[in-house]
Design a protein around this ligand. Sequence first.
Ligand code: SF4
Length: 752
Amino acid sequence: MVDIEQPKKPKTTAAGVPAVLSSFKFGFREMGPARTGKVFLKMNQDGGFDCPSCAWPDPDHKRKHAAEFCENGAKAVAWEATRKRVPRAFFAENSVEQIDAISEFDLGKLGRITEPMLLRAGATHYEPVGWDEAFQVVARHLKALPDPNDAVFYTSGRTSNEAAFLYQLFVRAYGTNNLPDCSNMCHESSGTALTRVIGSGKGAVTLEMLEESELIVVVGQNPGTNAPRMLSHLEIAKRNGGEIVSVNPLPEPGLMNFKNPQKARGWVGKGTELADQHLQIRIGGDQALFLAIGHLLLQAEADNPGTVLDKAFVEDYTSGFELYAKHNAELDWEAVELATGLQRAEIEELTQRFLKSKATVICWAMGLTQHREAVATISEIVNVLLLQGNIGKPGAGPCPVRGHSNVQGDRSMGIWEKVPDAFLDRLDNEFAFTSPRAHGIDAADTVKRLRDGSVRVFFAMGGNFASATPDTEVVHRGLRECDLTVHVSTKLNRSHTVTGREALILPTLGRTDHDHTAKGPQSVTVEDSQGAVHLSTGNLTPPAPELKSEIGIVAGIAQAVGQIPWADFADDYSLIRQRIGRVADGYENFEDRLRANEGGFLLAHAARDQRVFKTSDAKAQFSANDLSWLPTAPGKLLLQTLRSHDQFNTTIYGLEDRYRGIHGGREVIFVNPEDLAELGLNDGAYVDIVSEFQGVERRASGFRLVSYPTARGCVAAYYPETNVLMSADDLAKGSNTPVAKGLTVRLEPVAS
Ligand code: SF4
């Protein structure tokens, strides 16, 4: 049990001087002053590299700042561009079992991996091998499989477009669609809902549209930590007269006040107040909230016909309105107040803001997508937007904020276990082979396949599957039963110590590293959360001359698989882009458009640009969803997992969570003081967190109670430490996303 110091008072303002100091502290510690300067000045700049962290868009050329990054972006590149290296001796002196005893944080601190490492069957230690032998090990295992579907090929959202396209081509040429990716665990619910109701799984709001919005509702998202540059654009919207509302079980400083380090007021002034209203909603109460707002908007229209609904839009562009209006004519306010934990008056105040606004954007992230009813909740949000025609016009639309730098691009490149046949038809036509048509498995189904021991080869392009997934013990057991596990990585993490009988670590170039091939310097591309595609070019000498890019690794392994000019692609990435331009939807004439637009362009979005909805009936669809919420029995609480401010996904940069006052540890659980009193528990005591799902209990031991202003009945703790509490069978309806929000838990005091 980690003894964690007394937390400090949570912050009420984000960024400012502390963020600048923290950025340089990380930079100097990992890279030293000179390298820090070289890296920070090239980050998110034209001709520079794209931040490998979140997927927040870059402003266009004219509006970019010299320092176009945030504190967490600085941590991400410092983490990757560190001067530290994991020496060969480390692997010789430490068995996999000994390395497995090292914490996720400390593993990452060891530095960059510089050569392929192989754990042979029956061995206890990794040993260095050459690339050819490493590729042969993979080819040997793949060729030995009776069925290509005994292998699974995972993708992390850091993978570039070119690498992702080549990877899916290799996997399909090998014969399977088993292409789970991190999107399955984050915004799959957004993609599923939006594709059904507006005909595209991507957000329909650009930076400029956000800034000109009259009302921005931020739901289940903590931009101050997870997309910090978003605060700059919220500040612009605010200064343009817009209103901002935060809907979150936790009061997050990033939505209270923002001290913009790019402005004088961010250094000496009071900063900018952001949220005009904070709705401290109960976990799982969002669907009920938007059902109630829709109900009140319909009522307001009934009271004053022609003053609320955008009738022309509803009639011309939507379907299902009548059923929705009938379904939402009556509302059980008592259930709404229980579900949301809010007073009716708070919901009416928010609705007044909708009534006043002529252009509304609703943003969301994991706080919405990782629930059992996430798809219905996001559909409810779209219902509210459609009523007033808030899509496909300036300042309005649905805006899921993606969490990983190229997670959206990977999906566009075909990283999807159930990619549409149209994509596969174009792929087959382009490469003269027949790709498999049976859908593959996503992340949740991969966990189940690991549970029943039917995955023989697990291959991961980046990421940290062993930590990012639910039901940790089940996943670890399943991975250890694989014949082979392979990880393409830059640094060590838990997935390298939870190995198959044979295991490979294939070290790759990072975003900050330059990538020179026989054909000279190469650049890759990424697609951000608004659908803008741009080049990324590293500027640092790689940690080791023989390191290969993700593309070089795929091409090296695939050589032995099909009649595809892999070597040419590995030398000249523009050749890959030419192929992408003929296969990936929206990327037509890819290479030419990049050249014509100084290395970047915005993908078309039919719903956003033309109010063309590529749905089953070519209309934006209203949906009638029954009110759903999560009642809790006495003594039970609802848990949400979340990130600290020193974390990106499962990468732990430090043991601080400055905004929430946590220092020196991660095994903490945030509990409302009234709930502590009701449970007879005290701040500072230690508990086990016990979850219950379908009669099965799961336990996370030794967490420090932190009295914190969460919503009543709701608690919060960090992942990946609490992923052990999640069940492999607890999945969001329709999207199969593992449920990480709304776990029913109890707190068991630990004997001191
Ligand atoms: S907002 Fe996201 S993409 Fe931008 S610098 Fe920060 S972490 Fe990187």
